[in-house]
Design a protein around this ligand. Structure first.
Ligand code: ADP
Ligand code: MG
Length: 146
């Protein structure tokens, strides 16, 4: 199933993500693809709101992962600076998928070999014909039910 969302500012992106966050279940994985400044971390913050996380969500770029507690655990990865996938093994990356929470990953395209087989795929971009710089186009693809 594919859904296309247009947003005009950060708040609208957070709200679109919050709506998705409301429906997330234990074991779900959300991959956020988009360039620097596209709004991946803003989207992650919205997912966290939908999961009833009360903490302020910040970019885990330098820490690789931030953990939050809401109605489910929320594990927010940013693998932009993971130059060597060995570093992910060292922090037990694969185990996060078994911890009964929601895993969210920024820059999943850098670790394609390490992704689980099924995840919610979010693509965020500034449309080519954007009328103003705060426009974003967000495409949500959910794995088929089996
Ligand atoms: P990323 O994690 O993709 O690098 P961030 O979420 O950290 O991006 O930053 C996105 C930046 O773009 C923020 O400064 C935010 O205020 C701004 N912005 C402008 N318009 C939007 C929008 N429609 N959705 C999300 N962020 C937006
Ligand atoms: Mg980010």
């Amino acid at each position: 199933m594919m859904q296309q969302i247009k947003t005009n500012n950060r708040e609208e992106t957070v709200e679109a993500a919050r709506q998705i966050g409301l429906s997330l279940q234990a074991g779900d994985v959300v991959c956020l693809t988009g360039g620097l400044g596209a709004g991946k971390t803003a989207f992650a913050a919205g997912l966290a709101q939908g999961l009833e996380v009360e903490d302020y969500v910040t970019s885990p770029t330098f820490t690789i992962v931030n953990e939050y507690q809401g109605r489910l655990p929320f594990f927010h990865f940013d693998v932009y600076r993971v130059y060597d996938p060995e570093a992910l093994y060292e922090i037990g990356f694969e185990e996060y998928f078994e911890r009964g929470g929601v895993v969210c990953i920024e820059w999943p395209n850098l670790i394609l070999d390490l992704l689980p087989p099924r995840y919610i795929d979010i693509q965020i971009q500034v449309p080519e014909a954007a009328a103003h710089p705060d426009e974003r186009e967000i495409i949500v693809r959910r794995p088929e039910l089996i």
